[in-house]
Design a protein. Structure first.
Length: 184
């Protein structure tokens, strides 16, 4: 319940997009606050995940990207869907509206692992691909996303992102995080 109150507050102030909230709270801080709130929730037991139905999650993807030198954080809007009844490809979605970048990253081919021990492994995974651009320079992404659901009823999710970025300066590594709450 605490997560929903925080999300309603954040989304009410920001509309869940844009650069800063009505009170000037930067998106990086909004993403960090949501991630911190979700981290206080228990990890959902993988064996207790629903076996039918779908859920939509909205939140943030924060990427540490080495664009133009040292890595800096770029925060985008995450929209993720989970089909609990599917046999495979249960997790999909996209991330866009990264500060200072155009384009969309696509999350596809994600699967749930209902037999995992969440103290050792993550509950879901997926491939992250796409192209983002800045000032006409294109950056191609080839990465992975892994994460876990939070709360007794999978009210939120958190995870990590990692992979390769290819662009103007050649190939480099990137990493990041995701935090989202259930929207339905």
């Amino acid at each position: 319940m605490r997560v929903f109150v925080l999300v309603i507050l954040l989304c009410g102030l920001t509309g869940c997009s844009g650069g800063t909230a009505g009170d000037g709270l930067p998106r990086r801080d909004q993403a960090a606050a949501l991630e911190a709130a979700l981290a206080e929730e228990n990890i959902s037991a993988p064996s207790a995940l629903p076996t039918r139905g779908t859920a939509t999650y909205v939140g943030f993807m924060t990427l540490g990207l080495p664009i133009g030198g040292a890595a800096q954080d770029y925060v985008g809007d995450l929209d993720m869907g989970v089909d609990f009844g599917a046999i495979r490809n249960q997790v999909s979605g996209s991330a866009s509206n990264f500060n200072g970048l155009t384009g969309t990253l696509t999350l596809a081919g994600g699967d749930l692992d209902r037999t995992t021990d969440p103290n050792i492994n993550y509950t879901f995974d997926g491939a992250l691909t796409g192209t983002l651009a800045q000032s006409g320079n294109r950056y191609n992404f080839d990465g992975s996303i892994v994460g876990e659901f939070r709360g007794r009823n999978q009210d939120g999710l958190t995870g990590v992102v990692l992979g390769d970025i290819n662009g103007l300066d050649g190939q480099d590594l990137f990493d990041g995080s995701i935090a989202a709450t259930r929207d339905n």
